[in-house]
Write a protein that binds this ligand. Structure first.
Ligand SMILES: Cc1ncc(COP(=O)(O)O)c(C=O)c1O
Length: 367
């Protein structure tokens, strides 16, 4: 039987959060709550859905390939940025099948066998999977105080380093690195190293000291800023994200981007979601309200948590995370075990958050 090379065989496939239907089928329970994949519980922007429906009414030209360059969406993004006072031209933007695809394209574009990428641990697992897929080496720098230790990450750079990944906010801890430490870090990154700043949860951040990373694109630094429509915009099922970088970097990335990597419908959905500030604002407000509610309840239950700048909360547990996950599962609540004693819980709708707290109370009482 044909076999992949050893470095591919060593990749553990990504395990997504458990789907609701699967849990309901397995346990014979109804109305489960999924707080496992950092999705937007409000759903997609109604404007985006209407635009997609409208498009399909006229057949959506679904017999035709999508616009491979994503012309309209890139222009809409560019206009959105300039309306907020930041100049980003369409040729500084690359669209991806989720931001996930873009980080994979970046690895395949810039890394070869034996090259190193510096990243934090724990952080988004896909970074190391992509690096392994090209037989690269992931240099994993432990978090300090649940945050990227940027000084130690800079110390880890050497002549073999090609890429650095920074998830800001970090998944799974929800923490951010602030402006000053980020600027100090950027000053230490030598030429020839691409810094990928993964801002999947950008829209949720409230900390005023959140770094302005686009400024580094402006000053022609080797940075790739990744954002997505999967989180605050509620379009995870459409699979669409984007990267912003100097146009020469975008040109390199486009070499390995498959011709029609984003679909016609995802481009339409994203373009109209961008126009729906009302839905975005509501999504952020629901998240903030849920966060405050959960902090209060977790405090009264005596459960520790890491304050989050995203739409999820990381809980270091006093018990085994597998047992904790299973106990909640039997109460119809799906969370995400992230380590031997850690879980990550996505902030849901008020009713979902209440269900979670009830389930937590029952689990703690049973224990
Ligand atoms: C930090 C981070 N980056 C990237 C992604 C990928 O998002 P998508 O491919 O849906 O844009 C996720 C998804 O959970 C994430 O948490």
């Amino acid at each position: 039987m044909i076999k992949p090379p050893d470095y591919v065989a060593g990749i553990k496939p990504y395990v997504p959060g458990k789907p609701i239907k699967e849990l309901e089928r397995e346990l014979g329970i109804k109305e489960c709550v999924k707080l496992a994949s950092n999705e937007n519980p409000l759903g997609p922007s109604p404007k985006a859905l209407n635009a997609v429906r409208e498009c399909l009414k006229n057949s959506g030209e679904m017999n035709r390939y999508p616009d491979g360059s994503g012309h309209y969406l890139k222009h809409a993004l560019s206009e959105k940025f300039s309306s907020r006072g930041t100049a980003v031209s369409p040729d500084e933007i690359i669209l991806g099948n989720g931001s996930n695809e873009l980080l994979d394209i970046a690895v395949r574009t810039f890394m070869a066998d034996g090259d190193e990428a510096v990243m934090a641990t724990p952080s988004f697992i896909v970074y190391s999977m992509s690096v392994q897929s090209v037989n690269g080496i992931s240099i994993q720098v432990p978090l300090t105080g649940y945050r990227h230790d940027l000084a130690r990450m800079a110390d880890a750079i050497n002549w073999k380093t090609k890429m650095i990944f920074i998830a800001n906010p970090n998944n799974p801890t929800g923490t951010i690195n602030r402006k000053n430490e980020f600027e100090e870090f950027m000053n230490r990154v030598p030429a020839g190293v691409l810094v990928v700043i993964d801002e999947a949860y950008y829209e949720y951040v409230t900390d005023a000291a959140y770094p302005d990373t686009l400024k580094h694109v402006r000053s022609n630094k080797e940075v790739l800023v990744l954002r997505t429509f999967s989180k605050a915009y509620g379009l995870a099922g459409f699979r669409i994200g984007y990267g912003i970088a100097d146009k020469d970097i975008v040109t390199e990335l486009n070499r390995l981007r498959l011709p029609f990597n984003t679909t016609s419908l995802s481009q339409v959905a994203a373009q109209h979601a961008l126009d729906d500030d009302g839905h975005l604002g509501k999504s952020i407000a629901v998240n903030e309200e849920g966060k405050r509610f959960l902090y209060g309840e977790l405090d009264s239950l005596g459960l520790a948590y890491v304050p989050s700048e995203a739409n999820f909360i990381y809980l270091p547990l006093p018990v085994d995370s597998g047992a904790f996950f299973n106990a909640l599962l039997h109460k119809g609540v799906i969370v995400r075990p992230m380590g031997p004693k850690e879980v990550r819980i996505t902030i849901g709708l008020p009713e979902e958050n209440r269900r979670l707290i009830e389930a937590l109370k029952a689990v703690i009482n049973n224990a």
